[in-house]
Design a protein around this ligand. Structure first.
Ligand code: ADP
Length: 484
């Protein structure tokens, strides 16, 4: 037992603020700093994309270059280092693969990210950093645990490296024709690797490789970790995940408690805290005015900020809106997505004076909605973690969620006997059940202001910080290295 810090190499295909297309970019932008605070040494590795803003590129320091064997190729790999907000980032440089306008959607994505995964493993010899944990994320880094085990384990430097693989989105698995196995990965002649990577005739699946080879598998909420072991949620990986359930767990993501804070948010009409909610009334009145609604404190105002897709439960919303709006509840929806949902929201906006649809992407308006609403609706079909419900609670806006994935893990449903809770929830993906819960929530708003206030205070004081998540990851890492 020593008391040195564990060394974590966090490999991700995106990290805010350098390159981001979704939730993974947010996680990789926030979690490493929290891991450092939790006592880990951390290096983040990501590709040096052509789209990274020049002012970051100017600050990068070249620390090494070498060639990475990739099938029959030897590919150049430069390592460029940058320290940002106390975290060290190493960018994997290969202009042929990464000097492009976008992060993904190229014909050779399989080859690009096989290279990235191999380069991450190879880099461990070229950086002055003791790696105890190689933490990989989503399919773009999924081959790293496979390469590590098949090609590097006989070198002393690698023998004590343990691998963790986190699933942020199981829908994207990195499936390619099996030519990639011999031509790019150089794994075709290794029977064990080939067997684990195949997922059908002539098709290989990068994520499947990581699920078979990693020492630990995590996903972004405990409930989602259970759900993906079922066929309905598992996207054909449920069988493997059931086999490996003893190493699978869920750790809920956090939110950035500094950027999402009603006490300091510059985009909202008035600031407020859990101790003094008077500013929230002003935010509500301002939002009602902005949406052309009657300005009334005694009418519940429910918001949504979302992609307009099937996953987000838009079918239930379409089904329920007549019943909800005809009871006088005010509804504002901000989002873009599938045309059918955009059009039906425009129809409700036209039909009801208490409905506003804003079919656009607008971060400032999203903040005014989080702050100004009483209720926030998120009836997802599935939800690995979900950020919006946590943001809503931080702003004292009570979420109504379906009990799935991270929604179930982050929202404590109202208990009318004790007054406890941080929001409202329903179990089945059913429009009538959802309508019933929305009306029940409105009933608490109208008839039980004491409980309402208690719910708001509970919601606002819950800990959704990255610190909590980082402590859980740190515990997981230490479980893999009991000697440290
Ligand atoms: P997902 O990543 O599945 O879309 P999350 O709840 O995890 O869902 O995160 C969505 C994030 O995107 C939230 O921060 C939400 O505020 C933001 N967002 C979604 N749609 C819009 C929009 N139209 N305008 C502004 N922000 C949006």
């Amino acid at each position: 037992m020593s008391n040195r810090n564990l060394g974590v190499v966090f490999a991700s295909s995106e990290a805010a603020p350098f390159a981001k297309t979704g939730g993974l970019g947010d996680v990789a932008g926030s979690l490493p700093a929290a891991l450092k605070d939790a006592g880990c040494n951390v290096v983040v590795m990501l590709p040096k994309y052509g789209s990274i803003p020049q002012h970051y590129v100017d600050r990068m320091e070249h620390i090494a270059d070498f060639y990475v064997p990739l099938g029959w190729r030897q590919e150049y790999c430069g390592l460029e280092k940058l320290t940002e907000r106390g975290v060290d980032y190493i960018f994997i440089d290969n202009e042929r693969y990464f000097k492009r306008d976008q992060l993904y959607s190229y014909f050779d994505d399989g080859e690009r990210f096989a290279f990235f995964s191999k380069a991450v493993v190879e880099s461990l010899q070229h950086i002055d950093f003791q790696c105890d944990i190689l933490h990989c994320n989503d399919w773009q880094t999924a081959l790293a645990p496979v390469f590590l085990r098949e090609f590097y384990m006989d070198m002393p430097l690698y023998q004590n490296v343990k691998t963790v693989f986190t699933i942020h989105n199981i829908a994207f698995q990195g499936q390619y024709g099996d030519k990639v196995l011999s031509d790019v990965c150089g794994l075709a002649h290794i029977p064990n690797a080939a067997r684990q990577l195949y997922c059908g005739p002539q098709t290989v699946n990068f994520m499947k490789g990581a699920l078979c080879y990693s020492d630990r598998i995590t996903t972004v909420s405990p409930t989602y970790a259970r759900e993906i072991q079922m066929p309905f949620y598992g996207e054909h990986m449920d069988g493997i995940l059931r086999e490996r359930s003893s190493v699978l767990s869920g750790i809920l993501n956090g939110i950035d408690m500094v950027t999402w804070d009603p006490r300091t948010d510059q985009s909202i009409a008035a600031d407020y805290t859990a101790a003094d909610l008077s500013g929230k009334k002003e935010c509500k009145a301002a939002l009602q005015r902005e949406m052309g609604f009657e300005v009334r404190d005694d009418v519940p105002l429910m918001g949504m900020v979302t992609r307009l897709t099937k996953q987000k439960g838009m079918d239930l919303v379409q089904y329920a809106l007549d019943a909800v709006l005809s009871r006088g509840i005010q509804v504002v929806v901000l989002g873009t997505g599938d045309t059918c949902y955009e059009d039906s929201l425009r129809y409700f906006d036209w039909k009801y004076p208490n409905m506003a649809a804003r079919i656009t992407f607008d971060s400032d308006l999203s903040r005014r909605i989080y702050a100004g609403c009483d209720l926030f609706l998120m009836p997802s079909l599935f939800e690995p973690c979900g950020l919006s419900q946590m943001i809503a609670m931080r702003y004292g806006t009570l979420p109504i969620v379906r009990e799935t994935g991270g929604l179930k893990d982050s929202v404590q449903p109202y208990n009318r006997f004790t007054g406890e809770g941080t929001g409202f929830s329903f179990a089945n993906f059913n429009g009538d059940e959802m309508t019933g819960v929305i009306l029940a929530a409105a009933d608490v708003f109208w008839n039980n202001s004491n409980d309402w206030k208690k719910l708001q205070i509970h919601a606002m004081t819950r800990d959704f910080s990255w610190r909590r998540s980082a402590e859980e990851y740190s515990g997981l890492y230490h479980g893999l290295h009991p000697e440290v």
